[in-house]
Design a protein around this ligand. Sequence first.
Ligand SMILES: C[S@@+](CC[C@H](N)C(=O)[O-])C[C@H]1O[C@@H](n2cnc3c(N)ncnc32)[C@H](O)[C@@H]1O
Length: 389
Amino acid sequence: MLHRRKSLSDRLLNPSFGGQFLSRCLRKKSSRGYGDDVCRKSKAGKHGEQDEEKEGRVRLLKSRGQHLLTNPRVLDSIVRTSDIKPDDTVLEIGPGTGNLTLKLLEAARRVVAVEIDNRMVEILRKRAAERGFQDRLNIVSGDALKTKFPEFNLVVANIPYGISSPLLAKLVYGVNVNPFRSATLLLQKEFARRLLAKPGDSEFNRLAVNMKLVAELEFVMDVSKRDFVPCPKVDSSVIKIYPKSEIPDVDLEEWWAFTRTCFSKKNKTLGATLKQKRKLMELMKLSKAEVFADDGNPECHDDGDEECDSDEGSSDSSLNSGTGIGLFRTKIVRILGSGGFLEKRPSKLSNDELLQLLSLLNGAGIYFHDGTKKKDTCEAAFAACDDLL
Ligand SMILES: C[S@@+](CC[C@H](N)C(=O)[O-])C[C@H]1O[C@@H](n2cnc3c(N)ncnc32)[C@H](O)[C@@H]1O
């Protein structure tokens, strides 16, 4: 038998999801001179009106990732999976109209909700008050990427997908973010796949490598796009992130720069990537003086680099082993060869192997980062993840 699918406004106005509330709330606002305007007038700003979707009585902004999760079974599963203890303070990023927030408030001692859209803040505040939750809900009105988070010990959120990468970087690398037990996050399915990818998987990438350095990741469940209002173009997945209590003793900025280089051509052999003239020149500038000292063996080595004799078949005479850059390249080849990395591809290496290689290179005075520290590790982590959104 065919069932008529509920329309968007039917679902938004479903009392169990705060739809009536949402409508009532904005009607009240309109009596003060705005509100209905939010629905009817072009208030789209730089994103343009077509960027917005008018449903119910609030215009949901695609540019803000406003896809509300409305399936109560999925909301309950997320709360169950989050393993909230009665003493927990939960951080929720992007509470929207509060469908998830109200359920979190039933389970946790406190909820800290960071929301950028003041219309949502108002709706959430009123909905929480109607349920008597106002004293246990701390709403921070602002951009989650720029705001300092108040204290929390657990994260549960259906985040705006457009900020997934920097938000994760902020959570796991941010200096001002206090330690938390786990983060249960609803993410775009493809993004979640890439985060969970293992060495050898086609999706394996630098973001996964950087996340796995500091956290364990676990797949929880897939969520259909039909469970959201309005329906997004993509499906979603819930994953859980557990920050590691101990992380490898490595300079993070050096690690990020190293993985950026390795994964710039993740399917090329490390030999091919690190022997490129441009890369060699860049690394020469960053590396320590001792790396250029004649170590008595500047020529060819028994490291299986048969290309060495012929200078890799390169016609570029500046790369021949008598020149500075030639010696530098020979040194890198020897180090890669000594660890068995010359023919290995980054996309197939575990974090332990990558750490071992970095330690070999650094031990020989070869560095990937200029050593200038960014004020905030989080800022550096953003930079490390910026092209992975
Ligand atoms: C995907 S909706 C989720 C809403 C709600 N949690 C739910 O599940 O129904 C994302 C929410 O994040 C908010 N948002 C978007 N960008 C944000 C940012 N940079 N900081 C804080 N909140 C943001 C949006 O306004 C929206 O309410």
